[in-house]
Design a protein around this ligand. Structure first.
Ligand code: NDP
Length: 338
């Protein structure tokens, strides 16, 4: 059972060497006698997500870190090989939190969903039909309370969450601008996902000026994925009664000391609401979300870009690559295809 082991707590940028591929032990492909409420899953697709970096820090009150010497864990898609759990049976396709290994024994699976719709790529359940998709859906429709015609800005816009938020906003009839970190990503935003405008934040010496260029009348909704300097510049460009959905702040995850945000007084002058949210609070919306998004995919109204790497041996590089923007679209690792 090949495994990717988390070696030790990380400071600064994570490196591939913070994780190690081991051959693991041999395991019997059966749930052991007496292990009730346990399933044995063959992992097919693993998801690389920015929150995993937060679990690499030594824990605090808010997060339970990875355990050095144990396999990395994350979201993934798998097939149940054996079950001693009443809700799962052999052959079920599932997604939920699993180990970075070929086979995982999972006791009392929490937040595990059975995959019923297999006319779409299975890997989608790590992205558009999984946690990032639900994040985009809940964050946009529930947190932002958007209205047709509003001006929407999304950072890290070509990623797993951002590309979907932008397409939801376009379907609603909003004016949508995204920022991303390369010309290739900017091109995707404009020509594949249908954003009205997009820019490469790495080529903008003055983010405030860039936002003024695209939003001369200000921003109604900011879908916040990066934090730091971008948030500061956005605060200067919000409209009165604008809303910010604080989804994540990926630019801060590798810093020992978060950057200062200076323009907080704009929140007062512009009567801006900022609401942080965590997708796990919206898991009850999952079936409603599928009812909305599956038809969009089938009818070609929404498209989704994945960045797929093959093999557990390439998983740690793929995860680390999120923090230099190496991924183009949702970062997925294939462990096995069936
Ligand atoms: P992405 O697929 O967008 O991958 C991360 C991207 O972040 C990179 O491709 C890179 O894109 C960008 N990035 C990395 N470092 C920086 C930096 N220093 N400054 C600016 N951009 C940077 O990830 P996701 O779509 O999965 O996640 C997006 C955000 O949503 C993250 O902040 C994540 O933590 C958050 N999130 C929050 C959830 C919640 O429940 N609240 C759930 C899921 C995700 P680029 O090339 O454009 O720089």
């Amino acid at each position: 059972n090949k495994q990717v082991i988390f070696r030790d707590y990380v400071t600064g940028f994570p490196r591939e060497s913070d994780m190690q591929l081991t051959s693991g032990g041999t395991i019997k492909l059966k749930v052991p006698e007496g292990s009730n409420n346990t399933i044995l899953v063959k992992n097919l697709y693993l998801s690389c997500d920015p929150y995993m970096r937060i679990l690499m820090k030594k824990g605090d009150d808010l997060v339970t870190s990875y355990t050095p010497g144990s396999p990395v864990t994350g979201l993934g898609v798998g097939r149940v090989l054996d079950s001693r759990h009443p809700d799962f049976k052999e052959g079920d396709l599932v997604w939920g939190t699993t180990g970075w290994e070929e086979y995982s024994l999972i006791t009392a699976p929490q937040g595990f969903f059975k995959i019923q719709n297999t006319d779409v790529p299975l890997s989608y359940y790590t992205g558009i039909l999984g946690m990032p998709g639900l994040t985009a859906y809940a964050g946009f429709y529930e947190v932002c309370a958007p209205k047709e015609g509003e001006y929407v800005f999304i950072s890290a816009a070509s990623g797993a969450v951002g590309q979907l938020v932008g397409q939801f906003a376009k379907l609603l009839g909003c004016y949508v601008v995204g920022s991303a970190g390369s010309p290739e990503k900017v091109d995707l935003l404009k020509n594949k996902f249908g954003f009205d405008e997009a820019f490469n934040y790495k080529e903008e010496p003055d983010l405030n000026a860039a936002l003024k260029r695209y939003f001369p009348d200000g921003i109604d909704i900011y879908f916040e994925n990066v934090g730091g300097k971008m948030l500061d510049a956005v605060l200067l460009n919000m409209r009165v009664h604008g809303r910010i959905a604080a989804c994540g702040m990926v630019s801060q995850y590798n810093l020992e000391k978060p950057e200062d945000v200076c323009n907080l007084m704009s929140i007062v002058y512009k009567r801006v609401s900022i609401k942080g949210f965590v997708v796990f609070d919206y898991y009850h919306l999952y079936s409603k979300f599928l009812e909305v998004v599956l038809p969009y995919i089938r009818e070609g109204k929404i498209t989704y870009v994945e960045d797929i790497v093959e093999g557990l041996e390439n998983a740690s590089a793929a995860l680390v690559g999120l923090f230099s923007g190496q991924n183009v679209g949702k970062q997925v690792v294939v462990v096995a295809r069936d």
